[in-house]
Design a protein around this ligand. Structure first.
Ligand SMILES: Cc1ncc(C[n+]2csc(CCOP(=O)(O)OP(=O)(O)O)c2C)c(N)n1
Ligand SMILES: [Mg+2]
Length: 359
């Protein structure tokens, strides 16, 4: 399917139209329970994201990068992954985390400023959030190479924004992946902005997906507000990767509906009419229409989904806030299995500056 959508011709893979009708030849044909799961994950993501913003405004959570508008891309990509695959995320990936089974309390705990929140529970193959833009790309390719050496038959998904495609790490990672045919799926969440820099000032290339062609593997532009399209593209790219067919770059074309982070005010550099226009392409609304056409959505169902999300969120907040505050040791504890001597020395030096009882 991916090869039918050539990024040089400017054709984007889209399955759901604006009214939530699926193109019959492209519909991935998921069972009803799986379709509802996609919807429930997107609703949970939006609710948990909105709660994080409120907590930040109340001083209960630190600087936060909101996911509003990215729900279809995040949930679609993670729903296509198998438990053996690995995920190398970036800082705007809440829906992917929740879909992969990451506890919301841990996620909040991290954004509340505690590194312990990023200690992935056993059994989940998720690397810590990459804050340096693009640094996760070569790491993901390294993991892909390891899987190839070990013949594990699993694949690696990494996410990043449009801005990351201007980083050297992106190009080095993709070049290596192309040469060694590593089992990688690169998902670029093109949300049209890197903080205040619009996509047109990021690169002169008409699409981001076409950058894969220079590295010798397929790239495809996908409607990032269409959960079925993202799911189908990532599922196919993962199958190719696991089967030894090499990497794929997927550009999920979407829009950052919120500010870059809670420290930003996007109204200062964005046209309000553009934001409004994208609001009408809301990924959750569109999928709700699709479910309704299939008889899988009604008000009672909506209420139960919203109630379950609200309940989960309240419990997660209580759990995260109930944990003891980070200690000085926590700042150093989670990078190495055994702390190297220079870090031990730094920890001791820092502790010496803090009065006993406040460490
Ligand atoms: C290497 C590096 N340079 C600069 C920054 C500061 N910074 C944080 S996010 C960001 C923009 C990222 O934009 P994009 O890749 O499009 O992702 P988005 O935030 O839009 O999801 C920048 C420049 C950083 N974190 N790392
Ligand atoms: Mg961006």
């Amino acid at each position: 399917m991916i090869e039918r959508f050539d990024p040089l011709k400017g054709v984007m893979l889209r399955i759901l139209d604006d009214d939530g009708r699926a193109a019959p030849d492209l519909d991935p044909g998921l069972p009803d329970a799986a379709l509802r799961a996609l919807y429930e994950r997107m609703v949970r993501t939006r609710a948990a994201d909105g709660k994080a913003l409120k907590l930040q405004r109340q001083g209960r959570l630190g600087t936060y990068a909101p996911s509003l508008g990215h729900e279809a891309a995040q949930v679609g990509l993670a729903s296509a992954m198998a438990p053996d695959d690995w995920f190398f995320p970036y800082f705007r990936d809440l829906g992917a985390y929740l879909t992969l089974g990451y506890p919301l309390a841990d996620y909040y705990h991290f954004w509340m400023g505690n590194e312990a929140g990023l200690r992935t529970p056993d059994g989940l193959n998720i690397f810590p959030i990459a804050i340096p833009v693009g640094s996760q790309v070569p790491q993901a390719v390294g993991a892909g190479m390891a899987m190839k050496f070990r013949k594990l038959g699993a694949a690696v998904v990494t996410t990043f924004g449009d801005g990351a495609t201007s980083e050297g790490d992106f190009h080095e990672g993709l070049n290596y992946a192309g040469v060694y045919k590593t089992p990688n799926v690169f998902v670029c969440l093109n949300n049209q902005f890197a903080i205040s820099v619009p996509r047109a000032r990021q690169t002169a290339a008409p699409t981001l997906a076409q950058k894969a062609l220079a590295y010798g593997f397929p790239g495809v532009q996908v409607d990032g507000n269409d959960v079925l399209a993202v799911f189908a593209a990532v599922r196919e790219a993962l199958a190719t990767a696991r089967g030894g067919g090499g990497p794929t770059l997927i550009e999920a074309f979407t829009y950052r509906m919120g500010d870059h982070t809670t420290s930003d005010d996007a109204a200062r550099y964005r046209d309000r009419t553009e934001v409004k226009a994208w609001g009408r392409k809301d990924p959750i609304t569109r999928f709700r229409l699709y479910l309704a056409h299939k008889g899988l959505w009604d008000e009672a169902y909506e209420k139960s989904v919203q109630a379950a999300a609200a309940d989960e969120i309240e419990k997660a907040v209580a759990e995260a806030e109930g944990r003891p505050p980070a200690s000085v040791d926590d700042v150093f504890a989670y990078t190495f299995a055994k702390m190297p001597p220079d870090l031990e020395a730094q920890l001791a030096a820092l502790k010496a500056t803090i009065p006993e009882g406040r460490r």
